[in-house]
Design a protein around this ligand. Structure first.
Ligand code: NAD
Length: 302
């Protein structure tokens, strides 16, 4: 069994680390939020007071941090000479970033790790908080073969599916392309749901039809924005977040940046982005991103 350092014990990192404890690993964790750290301690994570202490003696170090800038700061180091974990971990340690970051940040982390002779894997996940608790996340791994093989074994207790996607940044590329499709199909499901309703259809019957027809998609089955049709839909609970609008806006902005850098015209993605920005501007950033359905109705009702 391994000694594992875990930095960022939030909504995803907390339950993910708990699965590694259950699998028999010694997990040494750190979070800047003492409340999150305490919750992780209850699951058996040995909580310490700084990231370097969590990482220094570990065989493998995981990060699960909010945004690109946090991954850069924690792994590479920050302004003012703040030391990053790549300068702290053992030379033979494996470092995995499970955060959703932009491609440039992932590339910078690979370059910084390589310069120090440390193995690094971009290891973003899909499946949300429910998947983190259930240990059924999809992992998308990018890195050198010498690292991704070991990474694939290590993430097993947290995963339903593990894909070794390719070389450095291939994991984050898959994650961003997947989430671009997610948010576009969310907009499509919202418009289809409203049109069906406006044309007088029973929403449950329409949903039954669409899920076995060519309009099917993950948001249709999971986030259908009409209350009382799908048990998992945030529409049943006043759009209490299962995936916040702020998080959706972040992921989509990284996907759009990558598209722009590649010279692509991601028109539908840009429309989805406008809707998320509007929700955030109107104060709904912490509600579920499926609240975009609000803008389909003529009167803005939900
Ligand atoms: P979260 O905000 O709940 O957790 C992040 C944690 O990192 C917080 O507890 C925060 O206190 C901690 N943190 C911030 N800076 C830190 C630092 N310098 N050192 C130590 N800890 C620090 O976010 P989350 O929902 O758990 O998401 C984590 C990552 O996983 C994000 O990149 C997100 O995009 C990605 N993700 C989230 C979901 C989801 O459904 N929530 C799904 C897939 C991927």
């Amino acid at each position: 069994m391994a000694v594992i350092g875990w930095i960022g014990l939030g909504h995803m990192g907390g339950p993910m680390a708990a699965h590694l404890v259950e699998a028999g690993h010694e997990v040494v964790g750190f979070d800047v939020d003492a409340g999150m750290a305490e919750r992780a301690a209850v699951t058996g994570v040995r909580v310490v007071t700084d990231a370097a202490t969590a990482a220094r003696d570990a065989d493998a170090v995981f990060t699960s941090l909010p945004r690109s800038e946090h991954s850069r700061d924690v792994l590479i180091g920050g302004a003012g000479g703040r030391v990053g974990l790549f300068d702290v971990v053992r030379r033979d340690a494996l470092v995995l970033d499970t955060s959703t970051v932009d491609v440039a940040t992932s590339r910078a982390c690979h370059d910084a790790a390589e310069a120090r002779g440390i193995r690094f894997v971009d290891a973003p996940v899909s499946g949300g908080i429910a998947g983190a608790h259930a240990g059924s996340l999809t992992f998308m791994l990018g890195g050198e073969e010498s690292a991704t093989g070991e990474a694939a074994g290590l993430v097993g207790p947290m995963a339903g599916h593990v894909f070794v996607v390719g070389g450095p940044t291939a994991g984050i590329a898959a994650k961003l392309a997947n989430n671009l499709m997610l948010f576009i199909t969310l907009q499509a499901s919202s418009e289809g749901a409203r049109l069906a309703e406006a044309l007088g259809l029973d929403p449950t019957i329409f949903h039954d039809i669409a899920t076995v027809s060519s309009g099917d998609s993950w948001p249709l089955r999971t986030w259908y924005p009409v209350p009382g049709v799908v048990p998992t839909s945030p529409a049943n609970r006043n759009f209490e977040a299962t995936f916040t609008t702020r998080l959706a806006e972040k992921d989509l902005s990284y996907a759009l940046e990558a598209g722009e850098a590649a010279g692509l015209d991601l028109a539908a993605g840009r429309l989805a982005m406008e809707r998320f920005t509007q929700l955030i501007d109107e104060g709904y950033g912490d509600l579920d991103c499926s609240l975009v359905v609000k803008y389909v109705g003529r009167d803005g009702r939900t």
